[in-house]
Design a protein around this ligand. Structure first.
Ligand code: HEM
Length: 518
């Protein structure tokens, strides 16, 4: 052990020789400083975790799940919680490949601060296999390095600016009006209400991606668009299963998981390509007739006009956005409304904010949205209580790091298990308290690592590219539902268990009760 003056001395020396030293090449904290514990960092093989056969490649992954344990890929969060209870904040195990799972916000911060200009998130291995077999180019979520950056930059310009999503508010207000009208006028089984949320998310993102309404709320919607929803969900489920090592052979032959994935992914692509083709035709027609309005938002037009992008790349990008932007938002909109239904007092507080700013009929505008502090706090608290992804925040380390006192080498896959500190690092963690986010910023940011806990959309240059749209759609649903309807839960749904597929969802479809406010 080092005394504190020795540690300060060491820090100075290490900071100076940090870059070139071969002996002291381990980056040890978010800002390159070093602590006494970290100087004595232990090797990778000292990281605790399930031992013996569990550490074997391939077989080790299978042993994590049923029938060998009580866990499945959907309850991976419960399994990781149990491992962290047993082994501490750094755990090593086989999940598809060897991974290090971390849950200390300081370590999470260290990973993000050192992720570099082109952060590496492993692409889904089953999608890699599918693309290779079908001669399809890798998409934004799979590319790495400069190729990823070259594609991400033009998309950032269109989707990630502060006002990117608000340009679509007018059209998305209309989608939400239709959604809320149906919620308020029909009786649903839990399954049909769940389906309606999928239609809502799909319809909302389609006005951005394809510049058109899909008609999913109509009596006889296009069957392809309806089938897309189930196919996207199945594809994502298979991605998760394969990614966590429950399917191993898909790389070498078309096993059952792969075939299920292939069928659903074929459908996802076919439907998305159909929409893109139609959107392109409309665009060409409008340009011919002079109807085209350059000032109205049109993502497809804007991307096709970018000389650096080929038509094929634009099409693949649109497919990825449609695929990534439906299931995720559909599921989280339900989770948020669930939290509001479960916490009636908070629902009333939020309704008051909404009615004060918009009244019972007003559309959601960018100005009103900027004033809705309770809405933002409530969604953030919902993200804390039930994070939308359990292990979506993953990186392959570009440099050697010290995490929790262990040396983790460059190239290692690291899962950031933010779900755990979201419970362990807050007062009254089991209470739904939007108010905790209303306190002054400095109060919630006493510890800089605290800002590394609630990260529903990841962090850094590779964070979720659809986040502004996802959040806007969830806000719109909450605002418009609360303007018109009271949300309750039927008694059977009062204590739902949430699982990950890979996005958070209730284990059984939620039994909402929507009642018109008179
Ligand atoms: C509640 C809804 C959503 C959640 C919780 C979510 C979550 C995430 C997360 C955690 C990541 C990884 C970020 C990282 O590695 O730092 C991600 C990436 C991504 N998301 Fe989302 N997402 C949502 C909605 C959307 C929407 C609406 C779209 C498209 C319109 C979208 C498109 C993407 C894409 C393309 C990536 C990969 C980005 C890249 O690798 O550069 N997501 N998302």
């Amino acid at each position: 052990m080092f005394r504190s003056q020795n540690v300060t001395f060491l820090r100075n020396i290490l900071d100076k020789c940090f870059v070139n030293s071969t002996v002291l090449r381990w980056r040890t904290s978010s800002v390159g400083h070093i602590s006494s514990d970290e100087v004595e960092a232990k090797p990778l093989n000292a990281i605790p975790g399930p031992g013996g056969l569990y550490q074997w490649p391939l077989i080790g992954s299978l042993l994590n799940f049923k029938p060998f344990t009580k866990f499945t890929t959907e309850t991976i969060h419960e399994y990781l919680d149990q491992l962290h209870d047993k082994y501490g904040p750094v755990v090593k195990l086989q999940l598809g490949s060897q991974v290090v799972v971390i849950s200390d916000p300081k370590d999470i911060e260290t990973v993000y601060r050192n992720e570099g200009r082109y952060p590496q998130r492993p692409g889904p291995s089953i999608l890699d296999a599918y693309n290779k077999r079908n001669n399809i180019q890798d998409n934004i979520g799979q590319l790495q390095g400069e190729a990823w950056h070259a594609l991400r930059t033009p998309v950032n310009k269109r989707l990630m600016k502060a006002d990117s999503a608000t340009h679509y508010l007018e059209q998305q207000n209309k989608v939400t009006d239709d959604f809320v009208h149906i919620l308020g006028t029909q009786n649903f089984t839990p399954e049909t209400s769940q389906d309606l949320f999928f239609r809502y998310a799909s319809e909302s993102i389609a006005v951005v991606i394809f510049n058109k309404r899909l008609g999913l709320f109509e009596a006889n919607p296009d069957q392809g668009s309806v089938d897309f929803l189930k196919a996207a969900e199945t594809s994502l489920h298979m991605i998760q299963k394969a990614g966590l090592g429950k399917s191993l052979a898909h790389k070498w032959y078309r096993n059952k998981t792969y075939r299920t994935f292939e069928n659903s992914q074929n459908l996802v692509r076919r439907v998305a390509i159909g929409h893109i083709e139609q959107a392109r035709k409309v665009l060409e027609q409008e340009m011919k007739t002079g109807e085209f309005n350059e000032d109205s938002p049109n993502l497809l037009y804007s991307l096709l006009s970018d000389k650096k992008l080929t038509n094929e790349t634009v099409a693949d990008l649109m497919i990825s956005l449609y695929f990534a932007g439906t299931d995720s938002t559909a599921k989280y909109t339900q989770v948020f409304l669930y939290n509001l239904a479960k916490h009636q007092e908070k629902q009333q507080n939020l309704r008051k904010e909404i009615l004060d700013l918009l009244g019972p009929e007003g559309p959601l505008t960018a100005t009103a949205l900027s004033k809705m502090v309770y809405l933002k706090a409530a969604l953030k608290e919902s993200f804390r209580m039930i994070p939308p992804v359990a292990i979506g925040n993953t990186r392959i380390l570009p440099v050697d790091l010290v995490l929790g006192g262990y040396k983790v080498p460059a190239g290692m896959k690291v899962f950031m298990f933010n779900k755990r500190p979201a419970r362990t690092h807050f007062e009254n963690p089991n209470q739904f308290l939007p108010e905790r986010w209303l306190r002054s910023e400095d109060n919630t940011k006493k510890d800089s690592a605290h800002s590394m806990i609630v990260l529903p959309f990841g962090h850094g240059p590779r964070n979720c590219i659809g986040r502004r749209f996802a959040v806007q759609e969830i806000y719109l649903a909450a605002v418009k539902v609360l303007q018109k309807l009271q949300i309750d839960l039927q008694p059977e749904s009062a204590f739902e268990r949430f699982i990950y597929l890979p996005f958070a969802q209730a284990e059984k479809p939620i039994r909402f009760k929507f009642t018109k406010i008179v």
